[in-house]
Design a protein around this ligand. Sequence first.
Ligand code: PHE
Length: 452
Amino acid sequence: MAKGERANFGSKIGVILASAGSAVGLGNVWRFPYETGNHGGAAFILVYLGCVLLLGLPILIAEFLIGRHSRANTAGAYQKLAPGTQWRWVGRMSVLAGFLILSYYAVVSGWTLEYILQAATNSFAGKTSADFIASFQAFSSNPWRPVLWLIVFLLATHVIIVKGVEKGIEKASKIMMPALFIILLVLAACSVSLPGAMEGVEFLMKPDFSKVDGSVFLSAMGQSFYSLSLGMGCLCTYASYFSKDTNLPKTALSVGVITTCVSILAGFIIFPAAFSVGIQPDSGPSLIFITLPNVFQQAFSGIPVIACALSVLFYILLAMAALTSTISLHEVVTAYLHEEFHLSRRKAAWLVTGGCTFLGIFCSLSLGVLKGYTVFGLGIFDLFDFVTAKIMLPLAGMCISIFTGWYLDRRVVWGEITNDGTLKVPVYRAVIFILKYIAPVIVSLIFINELG
Ligand code: PHE
């Protein structure tokens, strides 16, 4: 996208790909499995699916319509649609959330680069799961290496944002997203056929409702927003580049279905393998990095060349999926600084990259040398994740639904959702009802329950 003038996406598929590119990322393959593992498996997934349907999709449509109608960055959007009101704080909170998420997301993105290197140099060969755990711990707590990868990843994102070569990335993701999906399918099949894998499948499919408590709801809600890239103005900013005849509800549904399928598929890779090789499902953020190398090792033990090639390919695709997400995060903050403070795009982008590098270094070090420094019992990395995913995103989502349901002129909402009456949207009334009543009530109840 050229951002100097407000460009439009070239094609329908471009719209879906860019939005899905933002949505599909580490949130699906890395965060979803570890949240599922931390919260007991199948029951968490059910609550998560409920959140996607009941909160995520309607709010996604709302975010799209705010972006397309205002044709501005997320903070500017509220100033345009509700001039002189406090609504602009919702946009600002979204931008801040994007900035904070990018800071720690880039750390994990950097880890994928390390794993590309490890896979390519065949360092997984002959290792056991205990070795994978030890080597991940050694790597993530090393003060230099992860920081170096973090910087590399942020610079790659920076260059793409400044050079405006997202078009190329969009084109590439036409191939890479399906490729990632296929490789995930292959890995899931491998994982499920490992000895003892059925226990993991059960973990994913047999809900144990005794494990459902307030924190499950908070986490599932947070994960649904995170995974859809909601509440951060990403999709609002992207929608500001949509054309007049983009079908918003259909695009939202496509994004929702794609990202949910990828998450579930990731679950079917991680848990069967984790149970098979004896890794605890609640191992936290390290889960995929200690589990996946086992899948490559065990499933292709007889054919090491394939194990090596497949693992390299997988981590490259994962890094690319992370890149399309970091681009969208970076874009939100850059577009905000550029349009609201009249900085050049180049300067704005440098500020974002510099700021995220600074914070990212602390996030990375908090898993090693700064481990002892905690706030509310959480290290910096976990704190950033908690505050953004579990508080800021749902809060912003709730504000977006109230803004659309109660504040915005109904004709504007109707015009955007139905493209001025040219689309039949049978769920129109349901979407409005959810935005007005259901979403604000559910999000508030989950917050109250957790705080109380
Ligand atoms: N949805 C992305 C993922 O699942 C993460 C993300 C969140 C990206 C918010 C952009 C904005 O990886």
